[in-house]
Write a protein that binds this ligand. Structure first.
Ligand code: HEM
Length: 262
């Protein structure tokens, strides 16, 4: 199945690049910490992509995308497990200390709960588990939406200076959650991508505003105003808007123009 082979290669690529950087000593002064950072980023990115597959398959009328949903979800779990293993290595395998840190540091507790959830979903992703759980499988795997919110919170709390990618990912998650909340008929319409684009873009700006207003001394109104210009490069809301517009354009082209042209 070429699509499966391509996606398998793509999900392994960040790990291969990370291994290459590690072997060639390109990970800087604190290589394990750098690897923790990259593995965490890929865990949350892949989790977001895995949740985007069902909505995109419906809106773009591309059911073949569903073939790779499980693989991307399991890859997210694998990167999260690598992330924890690297953390244990960074703490010199002092498992008692790691456990106490997870218990006492809120952002680590959240990360751990997210990881437990991901492992549960991964363990119930086999064909046998799917058959055994029947309708309950779908219900259980809705847990992934709660997990992405927890992972985003872990990301926000941990990220040091730049929250842009966390803000952007959360904007995408709003798009996904809003699609999930829509009635079944609307979920399959190409036009649903229009309100979702507006909602996700507005939510991205609101999340960024709320973060700067509550967690920093930076004036949130100035951060909000930066969205009016491209002078400072693409802001998270711009990227969410562009991605939303791309989905809308693709959905309309594929569903409305192509049948008329053929
Ligand atoms: C037991 C579970 C976990 C532990 C102990 C843990 C620990 C850590 C630590 C120590 C860092 C800081 C790295 C640094 O300073 O650069 C970090 C960052 C991060 N973690 Fe986790 N984590 C866990 C679970 C997860 C999970 C499940 C995800 C995503 C699905 C995740 C996503 C991230 C991300 C995106 C960052 C980067 C934040 C930044 O920009 O610095 N983590 N984590």
């Amino acid at each position: 199945m070429p699509i499966k082979a391509v996606v398998l290669f793509l999900v392994c690529l960040p790990a291969l690049v990370l291994a290459y950087w590690a072997i060639t000593r390109m990970l800087g002064g604190r290589p394990v910490m750098e690897a923790i950072y990259h593995s965490g980023l890929w865990a949350i990115r892949l989790l977001t992509i895995s949740l985007a597959i069902t909505p995109l398959a419906a809106v773009l009328a591309l059911p073949r995308l569903l073939l790779v949903r499980r693989m991307v979800g399991v890859a997210a779990m694998a990167y999260a497990l690598l992330h924890l293993s690297l953390y244990v290595i960074d703490e010199n395998f002092r498992l008692g200390f790691v456990a106490s840190e997870i218990l006492h540091r809120f952002y680590l507790t959240i990360g751990f709960v997210t990881l437990l959830g991901l492992v549960t979903l991964g363990a119930t992703s086999t064909d046998a588990a799917l058959r055994r759980l029947g309708a309950n499988w779908k219900r259980l795997h809705r847990l992934a939406y709660g997990l992405i919110l927890l992972a985003a919170l872990h990301y926000f709390l941990q990220t040091k200076a730049n929250v842009s990618e966390a803000v952007m990912l959360t904007g995408f998650v709003v798009w996904l959650l809003a699609w999930r909340a829509a009635p079944a008929g609307a979920q399959r319409s190409a036009w649903i991508a229009a309100p979702l684009l507006v909602l996700a873009t507005a939510a991205t700006m609101a999340i960024e505003f709320a973060w700067y207003a509550t967690m920093t001394r930076i004036d949130p109104w100035r951060v909000l105003a930066v969205n009016e210009t491209l002078r400072y490069g693409l802001r998270p809301a711009h990227i969410v808007a562009l991605a939303g517009a791309a989905v809308l354009a693709l959905a309309l082209t594929r569903r409305h123009l192509l049948p008329r042209l053929v």
